[in-house]
Design a protein around this ligand. Structure first.
Ligand code: FES
Length: 249
């Protein structure tokens, strides 16, 4: 969550309705607070903002460029359109590109039914794609005793990188290479099972939006992600819920 003013002293219009907003609040935070849905993929409450997937784009009055709602702070008298034909088309094309880039074959994926990419495709009516499939030759890392990394399903949202660094403090994950060559790696690009830094906490698996990270031995239907746990952990830490405030006797 971004730092914000103590009082909501700004007026921001979302899809024709005025709302009171805090200085420092992002468009996405405001939208969620007032019940307006903006699709996201890389964003996760409790983690730093990456702004890489561009699923959350919106339009602001006076600017023809699409902006990521998760990475754009509100300003006074801002007028925002969170959904229209153009925005929807843009989002749909992004989902299509993600499917074209990877090997997302839902019928053979352990996370089918617990996959944010699958949900986005359904929500945006993606029943076919307009691009050629790239069929990349990715690798699977099953060297860890408890978890599996299937790079065919990875959308490079970096949630695993951020949660491991910012919440667990282990920094096992990173992104190697760039562009089409980009891929998630553990340690210094060694097998996951050989990473001494991994604490086996499983947070990376819980926050993964697709089937890229899964618990070993689970079947489709059993493999459920739980990204909301990070917002809970992060709020509890901010509120110091685990600090014993009792006076010593
Ligand atoms: S959710 Fe905003 S850019 Fe990914």
């Amino acid at each position: 969550m971004t730092r914000r003013s103590a009082r909501p002293n700004l007026t921001v219009t979302l899809d024709g309705e005025d709302h009171r907003a805090y200085e420092g609040e992002t468009i996405l935070e405001l939208a969620r607070r007032v019940g307006v849905t903006i699709p996201t993929l890389c964003y996760l409450e409790g983690l730093s903002i990456y702004g890489g997937c561009r699923l959350c784009v919106v339009l602001t009055e006076g600017d023809h460029r699409l902006k990521p709602a998760c990475a754009t702070e509100v300003t006074g008298d801002l007028v925002v359109t969170t959904v229209n034909k153009e925005i929807n088309e843009h989002r749909r094309r992004i989902v299509e590109l993600l499917f074209a880039e990877g090997n997302h074959v839902c019928a053979f994926c352990v996370s089918s039914g617990s996959c944010e990419l699958q949900d986005l495709a359904t929500d945006h009516g993606v029943d076919h794609i307009h691009y050629d499939y790239e069929y990349p030759r990715n690798t699977v890392d099953a060297s860890h005793p408890k978890y599996v990394l299937d790079r065919d399903r990875c959308v490079l949202c970096t949630r695993c990188v951020r949660v491991c660094d910012e919440i667990e403090g282990a920094h096992v994950w990173d992104v190697a290479q760039r562009g089409n060559e980009g891929r998630i790696v553990t340690g210094l690009d060694q097998p996951w099972g050989e990473s001494d830094a991994c604490t086996w906490c499983g947070k990376c698996v819980l926050v993964c939006p697709t089937g890229a990270l899964s618990f070993k031995g689970r079947a489709t239907g059993e493999m459920v992600h739980d990204p909301d746990v990070i917002a809970f952990l992060s709020r509890a830490r901010e509120d110091q819920e685990w600090v014993d405030r009792k006076e010593p006797v």
